[in-house]
Design a protein around this ligand. Sequence first.
Ligand code: PHE
Length: 459
Amino acid sequence: MNPRGGFNTKLGFILAAAGSAVGLGNIWKFPIEVSEGGGAAFLLMYLFFCFILCFPVIVSEIAIGRKSNRNAIGSFQKLGFKKWSFIGKMGVLTGILILSFYSVVAGWVLGYVFEMIRGNFQIYESFYEYTNNVKYIMLYSFLFMFVTAFIVSKGIADGIEKASKILMPSLIFLMIILIIYALTLPNSLDGIKFYLIPDFSQINLNVAGSALGQAFFSLSLGMGMLITYGSYIDKDNNIVKSAALITLADVGIAFLAGLVIFPFIFSKGLAVEGGPGLIFTTLPQIFESLGETTGVLVGSTFFILLTFAALTSTVSLLEVPVSYVVDEYKISRKLSVWIIAFFIFILGIPSLLSHGEFLFFKNFITYLGSTKPVDFMSFIIHVSNDTLLPLGGFLITIFAAYIWKKENLLEEISIGNNNFKNSFVAKYISFSISFICPLILGSLFLITFLEKFFGISFI
Ligand code: PHE
């Protein structure tokens, strides 16, 4: 048995990686992005990025992890390219930033479980006051971080794998029920049209940049999560198949979330607008219209499942820095986990204070070329999700194709996958990792970065 620990089963790895991918990104953030990106046009680009562009990056991350058997930073060193471990360092930093705000939103979700149990559907009218209730939210995000740390402290098979094997099917089941209900509402079809019939005039580089950022965030890509999880799998694992299943699970759940939200927004005649409140303000209204008892039941179950979906993601986010510290500094897993989790919790406090009276964090920064200040949490989201993840993805493809070399990449992928080398998928991965991915990822990263932070427009 490997002293670093590892997944016991292939399914365990797939579920843990899919569990990492499926989270608040799919159910909270995806519908917001679709609204802000103009509906179906955004969805199309998102699907394109996930299946065509991100797939080779997923496969490369897993291969780098499995080959090196090390954490996100150590893996580059182990493969013989110490200088390139800065990619891993950037990844660890990104993971820490993401977890710091993610645990705050997860705290909102956890609090909603109790609000739904109390039958407090009216909360949609006072969502912003709710997020402003600092003591309450801090308690919940602390609790959330605590459970995350507890699971990660148990290690891979007993903690992460076991926890991931629970609840994904129930989440899907419940969402399907909600979709069926949403579709029976008057005017729900308008929502479906907005979501599924693209208006191509909405497509521009800005929207493409957001779709790419969302695809990376949702697939947990570009920050070494899959390098880390990949380092815990065996050689008989079929990387291509695992990657396909992870992508399908992730895209599938995001797609379902849209099918719940948009029919409902249109049937209630609400304006399609973005903003972090979307699921927190629209869903309680669906639950309310179900009647008291059913509403409480469905509402609380939904937010419990969302809490669990978020939990498998925070677990993977925490595992990235923990794995690094455990591998490289020989500090015990337990101690590393608690110290890092506490540090990240503290780092999350400014995000927690971003939505209310604390004007310093609410109007934290105004980017060049803009007049509207951005709150602290959005700033962290822009830096980590929209900037660092695509940049990380770009660098990983450059590394895999030209530094480690694509022959070595393909060799590693073919282990556990006998017919791989002559397959179409191998040719596709080889071509796209060398040309398509670096080109599109690199340019979209640059365009979004310049546009977002410096107001330099390319449209
Ligand atoms: N993919 C997760 C989600 O969609 C978030 C995440 C990003 C998790 C990066 C790990 C790493 O909620």
